[in-house]
Design a protein around this ligand. Structure first.
Ligand code: HEC
Length: 136
């Protein structure tokens, strides 16, 4: 088969998928959860370092919090087997405020004007309200 014919078949298959609206949103939402879980895992690692006095790690948490406070990470229905409770999506303004509070606490810890323990308190404060039980 010529390269041209192959690319035509590929192009029409892609056009079909686009017009049919198949799979794209589902894939995007899985990717959304993958991204937010990666940032949360990094928060865990960075918090341990920040508790040991690593200010750069506190700055990393602040940067992660800034990203995570964006609604683009939290679309309703995103993520198969998510631990995000329904309230994340129904009370997003409050959820976001808690994310911003984490950012503020982490910025203070990075600047040396706040304690890393205050950052840790914001993690638990949000998880208690907005994260469901472990699934496995
Ligand atoms: C404003 C709310 C909020 C804050 C603040 C927050 N988290 Fe989370 N976290 C969540 C939610 C919701 C999930 C579940 C996401 C999912 O399952 O899709 C989660 C998941 C996690 C996970 C699980 C990741 C995985 O791979 O399963 C870890 C670890 C974690 N958070 C650590 C932290 C740490 C450490 C902090 C503080 C430095 C923090 N989180 C602050 C809401 C928050």
């Amino acid at each position: 088969m010529s390269k041209f014919v192959k690319s035509m078949i590929f192009a029409s298959a892609a056009a079909f998928l686009l017009t049919a609206g198949y799979s794209a949103p589902v894939v995007a939402q899985d990717a959304m959860q993958t991204k937010r879980l990666a940032l949360m895992k990094d928060n865990g690692k960075s918090l341990r370092a920040a508790m040991g006095g690593d200010k750069a790690a506190a700055a990393t948490i602040a940067a992660n919090a800034k990203m995570l406070s964006d609604a683009s990470f939290w679309a309703k229905g995103s993520g198969p087997g998510t631990r995000a409770k329904a309230e994340v999506f129904s009370d997003f303004a409050d959820f976001k405020a808690k994310m911003v509070a984490m950012q503020t606490a982490a910025e203070a810890a990075a600047a040396g004007t706040g304690e890393p323990a205050a950052v840790r308190a914001t993690c638990g404060g949000c998880h208690k309200l907005y994260r469901g039980p472990e699934l496995k």
